[in-house]
Design a protein around this ligand. Structure first.
Ligand code: Y12
Ligand code: CO
Length: 173
């Protein structure tokens, strides 16, 4: 399946994703194609809406201590539900749909979630550190929320100005 990354300010990023009820070859194809484009784009997390599929599907592939990603560590998370959340942490986040921008975002430090894998099997997961942050970032995508939506009014204004400039320069190049 040929996929492209949808970039802000594309309105599709505001769409709410729907629950997956059929776990078939079409879903496997979407998951495999999402993995390929995430790795090709140097990403560590991707939600299906970022490739224009409004389904509750997300991938996380965190790098190891040498900054290398391994496919064995890939998490395929379908229909996630956060069951518990605690603490507070701040991390400078980036997103493949908002190229070249990184902002400090406050999130829960620890979460417990339930989700399904590509075969529909249910799992629960306790996450902290970067995994917890990445999962919360991607679950926000499923609800049409981008990390820039969490900025203060003044930081968002500054972002919009710089982003517009970046898009203009990219168009010229
Ligand atoms: C912590 C915080 C947020 C996440 C969500 C997943 N985010 C990404 O995978 C971001 C990827 C990204 C990749 C970029 O490309 C390169 O570095 C070559 C990038 O840079 C440019 O657009 C130039 C920005 C973001 C997970 C964990
Ligand atoms: Co993102």
């Amino acid at each position: 399946m040929k996929l492209n990354i949808v970039e802000y300010p594309d309105r599709r990023l505001k769409e709410k994703s729907v629950e997956v009820s059929v776990f078939d070859d079409k879903l496997y194809d979407l998951l495999d194609s999402m993995y390929d484009i995430m790795i090709d784009s140097n990403g560590i997390g991707l939600a299906a809406i970022q490739v224009a599929h409004a389904k509750q599907v997300l991938l996380i592939n965190l790098p190891d201590e040498n900054d290398k990603q391994h496919k064995e560590d890939l998490l395929e998370i379908i229909n996630p539900v956060i069951l518990e959340q605690s603490g507070e942490t701040t991390y400078q986040e980036g997103c493949l749909s908002v190229p070249k921008f990184y902002e400090d975002i406050k999130r829960y430090e620890k979460i417990k979630l339930k989700y399904q894998d590509r075969d529909g099997k249910e799992h629960t997961l306790d996450a902290d550190g970067l995994l917890s942050i990445a999962i919360q970032h991607e679950i926000d995508h499923l609800n049409g929320i981008l990390f820039i939506d969490k900025l203060s009014y003044s930081r968002r204004k500054k972002f919009e100005k710089e982003y517009k400039k970046m898009l203009k320069e990219r168009k010229k190049a």
